[in-house]
Design a protein around this ligand. Structure first.
Ligand SMILES: *Cc1c(COP(=O)(O)O)cnc(C)c1O
Length: 374
């Protein structure tokens, strides 16, 4: 048996006709750039998310960069986020000559710890970037409260949590990425809603930000060849929009299969004292972009070898926290300690979760893990 982290081929075979037909149509129409499917997809995603504006762009990293460009931040302004994430979140802050201020995460949810945010706010703080890591929302009630109190922007990095529902303190249910001022996502092939190349999108309910973001992704222009500000070229391919339109219809089903796999894992590992299954919040549904265990006194390398010998993929997200990356050694965070993040980097392991797992495969995986742990 070969069990990969993601299984894009089986997923493709289920929607093959629709995708092939759509891609042929784009070629026939030569509507490669900004073809009708891009606009259609943006509208369909906005309906799905119940958000006013969806601006497609070239990838999730661009989405974050453009979101920050839209906020008129000045060199040296501080942006608070976590170091337990994919580098893109922190990279764009540095790229724009803003100052990344990293804070520690909650040991159970892996998400940014609101108490740590509050402690890190200074007069230079302008924005908070919560990352809804592994598919579950950060504590957006507390984060929005802190943001309001200190007049800060909130940019949600929802690259891993598209489709997650957050229930706020008033009982309103909203989709991840539509709660803060701007939401950013990625359609990288392995994400829960992935295309067949690079892709991303930015969401907002704010009309002014929408206008600005649309202009920035298009070379800072509203009227062709009249450039009002410095922008970038960041577009979603029409081909990718075709793929995403086909897959968006199945996103809830895909996420449900992921949750099914996670439930199976939870049950199987319930009595393993050396494995801690991921915490589930009442406030947020979990889309399980990753199913990530914390291990206690487990030789992770040997566990990975054991699984690999049985054809089972596994991964470490993330092995090195951002403050220990060479790229960030110039920054303040490099000299600080983040005990929770550091401990997680040493102990977590992620098992395959994808929309194609069934009981037989899940039993094979869990038996293999338990066989090693015991
Ligand atoms: C994937 C990812 C991104 C970046 O998306 P790309 O499309 O690869 O640029 C940003 N943040 C997080 C948390 C991610 O997982």
């Amino acid at each position: 048996m070969k069990i990969p982290m993601v299984d894009l081929k089986s997923q493709y075979l289920e929607i093959k006709d629709e995708i092939n037909e759509g891609i042929s149509r784009v070629i026939e129409n030569t509507s490669f750039i900004n073809g009708p499917d891009v606009k259609e997809f943006a509208g369909e995603l906005a309906d799905y998310l119940k958000v006013k504006h969806v601006i497609p762009c070239a990838n999730g990293t661009d989405a974050l960069q453009v979101a920050m460009m839209a906020l008129n931040l000045q060199q040296g302004d501080e942006v608070i986020t976590t170091g337990f994430t994919f580098i893109a979140t922190v990279e764009v802050i540095a790229l724009l000559k803003l100052t990344p201020v990293l804070v520690d995460v909650d040991p159970d949810t892996f998400n940014i710890d609101p108490d740590e945010i509050e402690k890190a706010v200074t007069s230079k703080t302008k924005a908070i970037v919560p990352v809804h890591l592994f598919g579950q929302c950060a504590d957006m009630d507390k984060i929005m409260e802190i943001a309001e109190k200190h007049n800060l922007y909130v940019i949600e990095d929802t690259a891993q949590a598209i489709g997650a529902d957050f229930t706020d303190k008033n009982g309103n249910i909203r989709k991840a990425g539509t709660i803060g001022h701007i939401g950013c996502t990625s359609f990288f092939p392995s994400k829960n809603l992935g295309c067949y190349g690079d892709g991303g999108a930015i969401f907002t309910n704010d009309d002014k930000l929408n206008e600005k973001i649309r202009s920035i992704v298009n070379h800072g222009m509203k009227v062709r060849y009249y450039h009002d500000m410095i922008g970038v070229n960041s577009r979603l391919d029409t081909f990718q929009a075709v793929v995403l339109r086909a897959k968006l219809k199945h996103l809830d089903k895909y996420n449900n299969v992921r949750r099914y796999a996670a439930d199976y894992y939870d049950k199987a590992f319930k009595n393993c004292e050396r494995l801690i299954t991921p915490e589930r919040l009442h406030k947020s549904t979990h889309t399980f972009h990753q199913y990530t265990l914390k291990t206690i006194d487990v030789d992770r390398k040997k566990l990975q070898e054991h699984l690999n010998n049985r054809g089972i993929a596994s991964a470490i997200y993330y092995p090195v926290p951002m403050h220990k990356q060479k790229a960030f050694q110039e920054f303040n965070c490099a000299g600080k300690s983040y005990p929770v993040t550091e401990e997680l980097c040493k102990t977590v392991i992620s098992l395959p979760v994808n929309s194609e797992l069934n009981d037989d495969i899940l039993k094979y995986i869990t038996d293999a893990v338990i066989g090693f742990i015991r």
